[in-house]
Design a protein around this ligand. Structure first.
Ligand code: ZN
Length: 249
């Protein structure tokens, strides 16, 4: 069975990416899949992009990569400042050509991988606040669009959870026994894999997911947060982008 490690939303946080890749290595996956937003917000876009290209077999386009190519007009003022700075760092013909080759959606082995959601793979969010009814409708849409479809892996919302037809489930490693692994054989579900470089689900550790074809296992890894925070201050990016890493929101 093919073992895939999934990462997303690195957001130019190199210490977080390195910590996650080191953790992933212990599990010896057959491939690493990145669901996009390698750059944006953080201080090391070039380094993160180079490392992702070296280590990941599949890379999707996130809305931040898209904004580097086409401008971030629809971004919030804060994200706009960051994407303008990021675009300066990535002014390189080869890098831009690579970014242009990416797409926000990919089907692989009967599963679907998108940056955002099925409704819009680039910018739409899947949220756990979506009612079970909403999930049901989304799953129905998936059934119609992709056969045979099993699971849909999403990034973009920076929150790790599982969306099923019955509602959503948060993985927990602070319960006894910890519930981080879920068998999804023959089920339809959304797997929201969380963020490597800017988690927003209240857990400040980086998030990644292992998928073996039947089950998904959520992982959280700590990293040298102070290093990233210092680098954000050094580059002159908005300090909120550094401080939010302390809160995971
Ligand atoms: Zn993102």
């Amino acid at each position: 069975m093919t073992k895939s490690a999934l990462i997303s939303d690195i957001h130019a946080n190199l210490p977080a990416l390195e910590a996650v890749l080191a953790d992933i290595q212990q599990y010896k996956p057959d491939r690493i899949i990145c669901l996009g937003d390698v750059v944006g917000y953080g201080p090391q876009p070039r380094e993160c992009l180079a490392l992702v290209r070296k280590t990941c077999q599949h890379v999707l386009m996130g809305n931040h990569e898209n904004a580097v190519l086409h401008g971030g007009e629809q971004f919030t003022p804060l994200a706009r400042i960051a994407i303008d700075w990021t675009s300066q760092q990535l002014r390189d013909k080869e890098i831009l050509q690579y970014l242009m080759s990416l797409t926000p959606k990919m089907a692989l082995d009967g599963n679907l991988f998108v940056h955002g959601s099925v409704r819009d793979p680039m910018i739409d969010y899947v949220r756990e606040a979506d009612s079970p009814w909403m999930f049901y409708r989304l799953v129905q849409t998936l059934r119609e669009q992709f056969t045979p479809f099993n699971l849909c892996f999403v990034g973009h919302n920076h929150r790790a959870f599982l969306g099923t037809e019955l509602g959503y489930i948060f993985p927990h490693d602070d319960t006894e026994p910890p519930q981080m692994k879920f068998n999804l054989k023959d089920q339809k579900a959304y797997v929201s894999i969380g963020s490597v470089g800017q988690p927003r689900d209240g857990d400040i550790r980086s998030s990644w997911v292992m998928f073996d074809g039947d089950s998904v296992e959520f992982h959280r890894v700590d990293y040298d947060r102070e290093k990233t925070i210092q680098l954000i201050h050094d580059t002159g990016l908005p300090s909120f982008l550094a401080e939010r890493l302390r809160y995971g929101e």
